[in-house]
Design a binder for this molecule. Structure first.
Ligand code: ADP
Ligand code: MG
Length: 614
């Protein structure tokens, strides 16, 4: 048999290797920003077009490169940062593999302009798909500008794989924030499609955090500091009452490098134990300085994971330092555990003038209609589409969410088919009762139905919300005092993606810019005090879901809001409310499953019951 092994041509090998380093425009942003930091720049400017799909450019005032170095920099394993294997254990730079520029140049069109302090002229270099197209002297300032155009232009499959601009842009913001937070002493700016998103002058950590997360962050921050023989910890945590349901404001920097560590996250969370509301995640910005010899950052190609020599001590130090700060700033006693959470005002409203109480009048109330009299379906539909009638009372007193929708609560399969429950089949007379303030039990066509009330309501609201988004907008309740809310840029970006849909489901915005929203209208039936939570949850769901297109975006939005707005288990319902809920469920297109595909009810035929009684 003839030999079959051959060496891959360089450009193919480079493209394959590039896959590890360059997954999306945000990877390019990260590598270029880190190189600029490594080059000792004091000012770094990022320019992006079309979420990085057509341009990512980083301009710095660092060391610059000589003519030869500029060319060498694009060779694989060309780095000025390590010379021997030992250097690996004493790294003070972000890069060291010498792979980033070679990888980027393999999958894009790259233009470099660079000049060192001492050189009289600079160098301009153009490379496309690893091939040097030209290198000429040029006039430029000290420092380096690298423009990466048309990423993946030569690998259409990868290019098609990129997500929507909104999603790619979000990843870029994440990377930008991480580098900018890690280096407050360096000035950063970020311009996207000619809009200036960030202008961050060189400063101290606290001001940098505020510069990125928004002016109102300042009052939320509590300093943390601890110095031991082998670790210097400093930074800030946000007071427990500002903890959000969203991940995204958790930052660890080890030797000025952003890292992810669920172990250290656990240390922080455990220091907050007992101080946080259900499922909220504390925000923190923590900078750890350790001897580089005691950490290994080489275990992951994108280098956001880390291994410490003495993890246990770091855990303990972190936990105790944070507990100490929480105590020292007297955050603990301020919390009253016996307080009813219903009385909590969201922090956005603390400084608001107190509004006059309003009385809600049900204009459809008919004193001659008895409470237990079942409504016909048509009546029922009429009343809900107007968003009036007994639905309002369903929202009056929403209990804390005990019923999370992920447990599969019943084992018996539903065999219901949609047509079984078509509108004509709904009996005018319905007998039902509520069990444990969680299930509705009713008889239907000689079958016994047990319906999960939270899930049923989630389905109803989901379909209503989808209808508002795709067909006709829902009515909105105007707020007497508009709610002012501030978001981090990343969160604001996420909400901006769905702003139109939010308007369609009943939100009204007086202002929507500079990471600030002034909310003047909210969907009917939603309580003002729930809005902050609802939007937090929405941001979290959008982060988890990463929608690919408009439809998915709307779907995530409707699912998130429906789950949030739906009555919870633990809520007592009167007979009318029970009947309404059941009737409304069976006018849904998909009455058997929640939008996240969980069973809404189970049914027992007479034979099932007889079998059980054998
Ligand atoms: P690494 O950062 O791992 O060394 P890169 O491929 O990112 O590898 O960069 C290769 C080399 O090019 C760097 O070691 C550095 O010497 C040089 N270089 C890259 N970017 C810049 C920059 N903005 N300013 C000065 N030198 C740079
Ligand atoms: Mg690098």
């Amino acid at each position: 048999m003839s030999d079959i092994i051959q060496l891959l041509p360089d450009h193919v090998a480079n493209q394959i290797a590039a896959g590890e380093v360059v997954q999306r425009p945000a990877s390019v942003v990260k590598e270029l920003l880190e190189n600029a930091v490594d080059a000792g720049a004091t000012q770094v400017n990022l320019v992006v077009k079309d979420a990085g799909k057509s341009l990512v450019q980083v301009v710095d005032n660092g060391l610059g490169m000589s003519m030869t170095d500029a060319r060498l920099a694009f060779e694989r394993h060309a780095t000025s940062k390590i010379k021997s294997a030992e250097d690996l254990f004493d790294l003070h730079t972000k890069g060291f593999r010498g792979e980033a520029l070679a990888s980027i140049a393999a999958v894009a069109q790259v233009q470099v302009k660079t000049k060192t302090e001492s050189a009289e002229v600079g160098t301009e270099l153009c490379i496309e798909g690893s091939e040097v197209k030209s290198q000429t002297p040029c006039v430029t300032k000290k420092g380096t500008s690298i423009a990466v155009k048309n990423l993946f232009y030569n690998i259409p499959a990868r290019r098609n794989f990129l997500k929507s601009n909104a999603v790619e842009q979000r990843h870029i913001i994440d990377e930008f924030q991480r580098v900018a937070l890690a280096h407050p002493n360096i000035g950063f700016s970020y311009v996207h499609n000619a809009n200036e998103l960030f202008q961050l002058p060189a400063t101290k950590a606290r001001q940098r955090i505020v510069g990125i997360m928004g002016a109102k962050t300042n009052e939320k921050l509590v300093p943390v500091e601890e110095q031991t023989d082998f670790i210097h910890l400093k930074g800030f945590i946000a007071k427990p009452e500002y903890a959000k349901k969203t991940r995204g404001e958790q930052f660890f920097f080890v030797n000025n490098r952003f890292i992810k560590s669920s172990y250290l996250h656990h240390a922080v969370s455990s220091a907050f134990e007992g101080l946080l509301r259900d499922k909220s995640i504390p925000s923190y910005f923590l900078y750890l300085d350790v001897d580089p010899k005691t950490v290994d950052i080489n275990i992951h190609p994108t280098k956001t994971e880390i291994k410490f020599e003495d993890e246990h001590s770091i855990y303990a130090i972190l936990k105790s330092a944070i507990k100490h700060s929480l105590g020292q700033f007297q955050i603990t006693p301020a919390l009253d555990f016996n307080k009813d959470s219903e009385f909590d005002t969201s922090y956005h409203q603390h400084k608001k003038p107190i509004s006059n109480p309003t009385i809600e009048v049900n204009r459809n109330f008919n004193p001659f209609e008895s409470d237990s009299k079942p409504k016909s379906v048509s009546n029922y539909q009429h009343s809900t589409s107007k968003n009036t009638s007994s639905w309002e009372s369903l929202y009056a007193d929403i209990q804390p969410d005990e019923d999370d929708n992920d447990e599969d609560f019943m084992h018996i399969e539903t065999e219901a088919k949609n047509n079984l429950f078509s509108t004509e089949n709904i009996t005018e007379q319905r007998t039902c009762f509520q069990m444990n303030a969680k299930f509705l039990v009713t008889e239907y066509r000689s079958k016994l139905l047990v319906i999960d009330q939270h899930r049923a309501h989630t389905r109803i609201l989901y379909e209503e919300l989808m209808k508002s988004i795709t067909m006709d907008a829902a009515p909105s309740q105007q707020l007497l005092f508009p709610l002012e809310m501030e978001f981090s840029s990343a969160d604001f970006q996420i909400l901006s993606e769905v702003q139109e849909a939010l308007i369609l489901v009943g939100f009204g915005f007086e202002k929507w810019e500079n990471n600030e929203a002034v909310i003047s209208g909210i969907p009917s039936h939603v309580k003002e005090s729930d809005i902050s939570n609802m939007l937090d949850q929405l941001i979290a769901d959008m982060q988890m879901g990463i929608p690919k297109n408009n439809f998915e975006q709307n779907d995530i939005l409707a699912k998130s809001l429906a789950r949030n707005m739906a009555i919870k288990s633990g809520r007592l319902l009167n007979t009318t409310e029970q009947v309404d809920l059941i009737n409304q469920l069976f006018t849904c297109k998909e009455p058997t499953k929640t939008p996240t595909n969980q069973n809404i009810f189970i049914n027992f035929a007479q034979s099932d019951l007889e079998n059980k009684l054998l």
